[in-house]
Design a protein. Structure first.
Length: 251
């Protein structure tokens, strides 16, 4: 059986020489041999190159061509996205000093109820009389009602000179002498540069749960400068003045 492809004897040497040369000749990538070639071109040059080097080179050419065109665009998009998004900032209300140490009269703070527009993780700004805006990237570091309760507990403990202050819920009313419940109706910043608060509170004697005081508190506080951090600081000062009013009714 003949294995020479049926070539006449006088053509076998020339054919073997061409095959030997093609086997030694490196398969240069298409983008080096023809840098201006377009994807999808079916020129004679490409067909000849594919016959000699196979589809592997052409697949690699397409892959690297795509990478050289797409990767820079992808990198630019990622860089723009990374530079454009500043991330979220979280804030905490703060008492006007540390909690007292030791014991004393047992005070219970809470529950603290929030108006629906405040019951969210975002800080809220009043833009006009009937419109509010929510700060997407400026949020409370935790539940707002819990933050108010803990801030008020520290403030009341300082004013009533007791370190025995608990935040609702507690185990037994028999362990509490007085309880204060707070309803926050307004607590936000305004476009006029002020923070405002409107809150009602009730003071009960425990364990009898007899009502001792029921009042409404309204106040406003100027921001020291523009920004969300000064807004939270102004709101903390408003809560301190709310604690003054509550403490006066608990004495």
């Amino acid at each position: 059986m003949r294995r020479d492809g049926g070539l006449p004897p006088w053509n076998r040497r020339e054919s073997l020489q061409r095959q030997s040369w093609n086997s030694r000749r490196p398969c240069s990538p298409l983008w080096i041999m023809a840098p201006d070639i377009a994807v999808g071109d079916t020129s004679i040059f490409m067909k000849s190159h594919l016959r000699r080097c196979g589809n592997v080179t052409w697949s690699a050419a397409i892959l690297l061509f795509s990478m050289t065109k797409i990767l820079p665009l992808l990198f630019a998009c990622l860089l723009a996205a990374g530079c454009g998004s500043g991330g979220k900032t979280f804030y905490m209300l703060s008492p006007d000093g540390p909690s007292p140490s030791g014991g004393g009269r047992a005070i219970g703070v809470g529950p603290v109820l929030l108006a629906n527009y405040l019951d969210r993780p975002n800080l809220v700004i009043q833009e006009s009389e009937n419109s509010m805006s929510v700060a997407d990237d400026h949020r409370w570091a935790g539940d707002l009602s819990d933050g108010i309760a803990r801030t008020m507990a520290t403030n009341l403990g300082r004013r009533l000179k007791t370190g025995n202050v608990r935040v609702y819920p507690w185990q037994r009313d028999s362990e509490i002498d007085q309880q204060v419940t707070i309803d926050i109706r307004q607590l936000h910043g305004g476009s006029d540069g002020y923070a405002v608060i409107e809150a009602s509170y009730r003071v009960y004697s425990l364990p009898s749960r007899s009502l001792k005081a029921s009042r409404t508190f309204n106040d406003r506080e100027p921001l020291e400068k523009d920004g969300y951090q000064p807004l939270v600081a102004a709101q903390s000062r408003l809560l301190a003045r709310l604690a003054d009013s509550i403490a006066a009714s608990m004495r």
